[in-house]
Design a protein around this ligand. Structure first.
Ligand code: FAD
Length: 382
């Protein structure tokens, strides 16, 4: 089950929750909240110890994400992307590799001075993030990259991007490479602002990359190792992070709905909404759904941590379980909140919108069902 990481005790969750409504309304990146994560030591939580971080595993990360996303879903997703970028970066460094920009990014994150994210999804391959139509060209021992990234969380706010592109000299969309690039490198710009339905404050904007020169020491792993790193390092951590985000959002919605039901008075009969059996039944149904998904989250996080063979199914199923649970639970909670919730008196409407992001973020629920069905039938996933 969830473990209380020492850094979490430093987390000013109330302050982060207190500004969640405002940053959502203004679609403004939650810089103060991210600074508070940094001050609490959370940016280094998922950085392996050999790079100066706390070396937290998936269970501990799930606990942190659940708490942060329960306070502010946008901040939670910024944190998830950072965690996944750190893990992918660390997996892309060889044991004997001399210090370079990859080590520097991890060490800076461990000190709380560096925020990173993933720039995988492309306009041309959409939610099939593992495939790239952009193509790096070899130049002067490094590469030159042109790419159109469709969504990048923390775009224009992060210090670095773990950027995917097609490997030089190949036409295979699965022959990819990952590079850690500085966000202020010439050739990278935010192409348009993000104006989403939910998690509106996380700056998930498109990036335009033109004539970006990248040195070879910024490549993660061997030539054309991108696909393998995405599957082995990015996917499991993203699945856990995204699911924990969904569990955190749904948990916050449930708490708000219970608060509303017990507090909203029916003065003509001297009772509250909570005295209506149908209202209580909706809350109970939401609780059951939330508890099931939450238990599955920590079970799969444990399986990944233990490198159990069963983790393979968990990695394909968990994000869909949690995403769809959050959609259903926030719907139940919004109904309990009635017109008051609909009219944005309180956070329920925001939780309802925030919860919908996970099912359309890659791998989408549809794609995960396709992959899981193939895995169950013994078919190749790609
Ligand atoms: C808030 C937010 C933050 C994001 N942050 C990042 C980020 O930091 N980095 C990053 O790289 N990307 C990010 N993304 C992009 C995300 O991972 C997906 O790539 C993106 O949401 C897919 O949107 P699309 O319009 O391209 O969907 P499409 O791929 O066009 O999908 C449209 C519909 O078709 C369905 N579909 C597609 N293929 C199949 C299939 N084979 N079988 C069944 N159904 C299928 C999908 O499920 C979906 O319902 C983010 C997206 C959002 C919304």
């Amino acid at each position: 089950m969830a473990t209380e990481t020492p850094a979490l005790t430093q987390l000013p969750a109330d302050a982060i929750a207190g500004r969640a409504g405002r940053v959502d309304r203004e679609a403004r990146f939650p810089r103060e909240s991210v600074a508070e994560l940094a001050a609490a030591g959370l940016l280094g939580l998922a950085v392996p110890e050999r790079f100066g971080g706390a070396g937290a595993g998936p269970t501990e990360i799930a606990g942190a994400v659940e708490r942060i996303a329960g306070a502010c879903a946008s901040t939670g997703m910024v944190f998830v992307m950072h965690v996944v970028a750190m893990q992918t970066l660390a997996a892309g460094i060889g044991e004997e590799e001399p210090d370079g920009p990859k080590h520097a990014a991890l060490a800076a994150a461990a000190r709380g001075e560096h925020l990173s994210t993933l720039a995988y999804s492309e306009r041309g391959t959409r939610g099939h993030f593992w495939a790239q139509v952009s193509r790096a060209q070899s130049q002067d021992g490094g590469v030159l990259i042109d790419a159109d990234k469709s969504f990048v969380t923390s775009a224009g706010e992060a210090d670095s991007y773990v950027l995917a592109c097609g490997a030089p000299g190949s036409v295979d969309p699965l022959a990819t490479e990952l590079y850690v690039v500085s966000a202020d490198a010439p050739g990278i710009e935010v192409a348009a602002p993000f104006d989403g339905l939910g998690i509106r404050a996380n700056a998930s904007a498109p990036l335009r990359v033109r004539d970006l020169r990248v040195t070879a020491d910024r490549r993660l792993g061997d030539p054309a190792a991108g696909f393998g790193l995405m599957m082995q390092a990015t996917l499991p951590w993203f699945v856990v992070g995204s699911a924990a985000c969904s569990v955190g959002i749904a948990g916050a919605a449930l708490e708000a709905a219970v608060g509303h039901a017990t507090g909203a008075r029916l003065e003509h009969v001297a009772s509250s909404l909570a005295d209506i059996p149908a209202v209580r039944a909706r809350l109970a149904e939401a609780k059951v759904r939330h508890a099931q998904a939450r238990a599955y989250l920590y079970a799969v996080a444990g399986e990944i941590e233990a490198a159990a063979p069963s983790a393979q199914v968990g990695v394909l199923a968990l994000k869909a379980v949690a995403a769809e649970m959050a959609v259903e639970v926030t719907d139940l909670c919004l109904r309990v909140g009635g017109g008051a919730a609909y009219a944005k008196h309180g956070p329920l409407e925001r939780h309802f919108r925030d919860a919908r992001a996970a099912s359309v973020m890659a791998p989408t629920t549809d794609l995960l069902y396709d992959f899981l069905g193939k895995a169950l039938c013994g078919q190749e996933l790609f």
